[in-house]
Write a protein that binds this ligand. Structure first.
Ligand code: IPD
Ligand code: CA
Ligand code: CA
Length: 263
């Protein structure tokens, strides 16, 4: 894999953020410092510290670049913009479950050109660059190219979804039972970034969730597309954030048909 300087920088940001998350996880300090942004929307000390760490490094290296991150760091109006979720899977993190990630994307004139998802507890790093493919490195080893699953049969497909905040949640839950009937199984692992990385890696055939934010999916969508998959909204229209259906491409139409009858 030949990585650009921007991709190298994004990898470094994600790894540093992940290392900081692991240091806080082991001391359980973050768990004591939960705040609520909404009835079920947690934020911990870890979310804020990792965002500050990444924002400071971007500012130091690229003072003319824009920035958008979940916990409120925003710098507008630039040709390049970093889109960061410092901790995707906060609820898992706060409960000590190893399903959380750092998501770092770089846009050029509004198009994502680099996407990195780092999953610290298993030390897996997923990297995509537009037009150059998607790759994974486990435990610091060699990068291996990713390809979506070739499965065409929904009955053999492992799917994942996420649970959006209320009130969207009840409507979304109606879309799940038909897939429980027709697919192999449905998982809810609690990190949109990891779900998307796993579609890119061919471990999941598809992921769907409404109401996602750009920082949840900017890196993950590029991973899926560069691994040969397809991403739309839940009606089949192009989508970069909000409602997302990401699949291996082969089962996309079948999933759209089922979503159309259950929503
Ligand atoms: C959340 C996770 C979760 C998804 C939620 C997201 P956060 O992000 O990705 O899997 O279901 O919609 O908000 O709050 O942990 O960064
Ligand atoms: Ca998130
Ligand atoms: Ca987050």
């Amino acid at each position: 894999m030949h990585t650009s300087l921007f991709a190298e920088f994004a990898i470094d940001l994600a790894r540093r953020g992940g290392a900081h998350l692991m240091s806080l996880l082991s001391t359980a300090a973050s768990v004591k410092e939960i705040r609520f942004k909404g009835p079920t929307d947690l934020v911990t000390r870890a979310d804020k510290e990792v965002e500050a760490l990444i924002a400071a490094r971007v500012r130091a290296a690229y003072s003319d670049h824009g920035f958008l991150a979940e916990e409120g760091t925003v710098r507008e109006g630039a040709e390049y913009r970093w889109v960061v979720d410092p901790l995707d899977g906060t609820t898992n993190f706060a409960h000590g479950l190893p399903w959380f990630a750092v998501s770092v994307a770089l846009e050029h004139q509004g198009t994502v050109i680099v996407g990195v998802v780092y999953h610290p507890p298993v030390d897996e790093l997923f990297v995509a660059e537009r037009g150059k493919g998607a790759w994974v490195s486990a435990r610091g080893g060699e990068f291996v190219r990713l390809a979506v699953s070739p499965t065409e049969d929904l009955g053999a497909a492992l799917l994942a979804t996420g649970l959006p905040g209320r009130p969207r949640r009840l409507r979304h839950m109606r879309t799940i039972p038909p897939f429980l009937e027709r697919s192999r199984e449905v998982r809810i692992m609690g990190s949109a970034a990891i779900h998307l990385a796993y579609v890119a890696a061919g471990r999941l055939e598809a992921f769907w969730e409404p109401g996602l934010n750009l920082w949840d999916v900017a890196a993950g969508i590029l991973l899926v597309e560069e691994a040969g998959g397809r991403v739309t909204d839940l009606q089949g229209a192009p989508s970069r954030s909000g409602d997302i259906l990401a699949t291996n491409g082969h089962i996309h139409a079948a999933m759209l048909d089922m979503l159309a009858t259950s929503m």
